[in-house]
Design a protein around this ligand. Structure first.
Ligand code: UD1
Length: 420
């Protein structure tokens, strides 16, 4: 079993290159199912969730192989339309394959993704939208049987701006006849990346980044070479690492326009954050200051995926900060672990109140989920002594090399093998 060993309490100084975005590459890999010809996904992060997507593509008869930092996908050999329950369980966002398989094959079969460590993970908006495009979906007994002899484009209105539903419907709409408009669409930058990928393959999609996305369906998509955008949540994590430990770091490739709510909070906490054409520089001296309430919201609001790492960065702040988690029900599982380091955090429902303490101490911690796991590392960098972080498989789902990245930033961190 692997663990992380972090020796904290010393400022960072260094530079890290930001990996490709997990939340872009997963829908892009699903979108390769719509193309004829080879797709080269450049700057593709090597992650557990990417491996799971590759296994899904291979189980459907597609080829996928690595060449350096590129993943080459060829879907010509597609010969299946069902995803096994085992593969569905490996990655909760596997529902994103539904729209693409349906568009390509006219049918799809997969198990219901169920809940995850963040709480319930419903896909009702995905299914309602697909039904409106003409799919017949039977979702009895945890299995989804979907059929659509023909998908027909139309106006779809989402009751909330779900990222996954927006992406799934964009993919299905590419295979539909006529024009589809998705209203109240999610506006996350990764949706813009998916739009750019589809257009690079010959699709006609516009409006990503606004709440109305238009897709002209029925175009045969071809292969392309596409570079995935930098991961804004990995960038937020490393900014918070610098804020937590103090010191200075440069995040090569990070785009501040995707991170403005996070950088605004870090500036308020007293960090000096500067953007340049090459990335983002961050310098933080002494203990951070507490900040005004941080409320997670759909983009361009404060990202739920950065809530845990920011909380970790503010554990030693001067004053009290209130967090309000508005996207997922169960997203404070890292709190119990952080309190083991001496943090003062009180949770009531969707609100967490963090009162900064002068010192944190290293101890044994267990990852509870992907971003919560990253938050433990961020906190450990500011803690006196050693911290052991176990169950780091969660972190591997979304960070290509958190040890190498934090070392590049000057942290004392190692991956060690233990008996259990
Ligand atoms: C994506 C991201 C995830 C991020 C989240 C919110 C990927 C692979 N994952 O997840 O990292 O935390 O956006 O920014 O891109 N909902 C419904 N019905 C649905 C779909 C969603 O009620 O059919 C609810 C969810 O329970 C949740 C909220 O909508 O409360 C937002 O979920 P959504 O935007 O769909 O998140 P994901 O696409 O799953």
């Amino acid at each position: 079993m692997s663990q992380l060993l972090i020796r904290g309490g010393r400022p960072l100084r260094g530079e890290v290159a930001i990996q490709g975005a997990k939340n872009s590459v997963l829908p892009i890999l699903a979108a390769t199912l719509l193309t004829a010809g080879q797709v080269e996904v450049r700057n593709c992060p090597r992650l557990r969730d990417v491996d799971a997507s590759v296994r899904i593509l291979q189980s459907l008869g597609c080829q996928a192989r690595w060449e350096g930092a590129s993943l080459l996908v060829d879907t010509a050999g597609l010969n299946g339309c069902a995803i096994s329950d085992t593969l569905m369980r490996e990655m909760r966002s596997s529902a994103i394959f539904l729209g693409a398989i349906l568009a390509r094959c006219g049918q799809a079969e997969l198990s219901y993704p169920g809940g995850c460590e963040l709480g319930p993970r419903p896909i009702d908006l995905h299914l309602n939208g697909l039904r409106e495009l003409g799919a017949e979906i039977d979702d009895s007994g945890g299995l989804l049987h979907c059929r659509a002899a023909r998908l027909q484009g139309r106006e779809l209105v989402l009751s909330l701006p779900s990222v996954g539903a927006t992406e799934n419907l964009m993919l299905a709409a590419c295979g539909a006849e006529g024009v589809t408009t998705i209203c109240n669409a999610a506006r996350e930058p990764e949706i813009g990346d998916l739009q750019d990928f589809l257009n690079a393959c010959g699709g006609k999609v516009s409006g990503a980044g606004t709440s109305a996305i238009t897709i002209e369906g029925g175009r045969q998509l071809h292969g392309c070479a596409y570079t995935v955008m930098p991961d804004r949540i990995a960038a937020a994590t490393y900014l918070c690492a610098v804020a937590s430990a103090g010191g200075e770091g440069f995040l090569r490739g990070a785009r501040e326009q995707h991170l403005s709510t996070v950088t605004a909070v870090l500036r308020e906490a007293g960090c000096d954050v500067r953007r340049s054409a090459e990335g983002i520089a961050c310098a933080c001296r002494g203990r951070p200051k507490a900040v005004r309430p941080v409320r997670t919201a759909p983009y361009p609001g404060f990202p739920t995926d950065a809530q845990a790492v920011l909380m970790a960065a503010l554990l030693r702040s001067r004053g009290t900060t209130v967090f309000e988690e508005n996207i997922f029900e169960n997203r404070y599982r890292h709190v119990d672990e952080l309190t083991r380091m001496g943090a003062d955090i009180r949770v009531a429902g969707r609100v967490a109140v963090v009162t900064g303490t002068e010192t944190l101490h290293g101890t044994n911690l267990r990852c509870t989920d992907l971003r919560g796991g990253a938050a433990l590392c961020v906190a450990a960098l500011a803690a006196e002594g050693q911290t052991h972080v176990s169950e780091i498989g969660h972190i591997d789902r979304g960070y290509q090399d958190i040890v190498g990245d934090l070392r590049d930033l000057g942290a004392d961190i190692a991956r060690i093998e233990t008996e259990e």
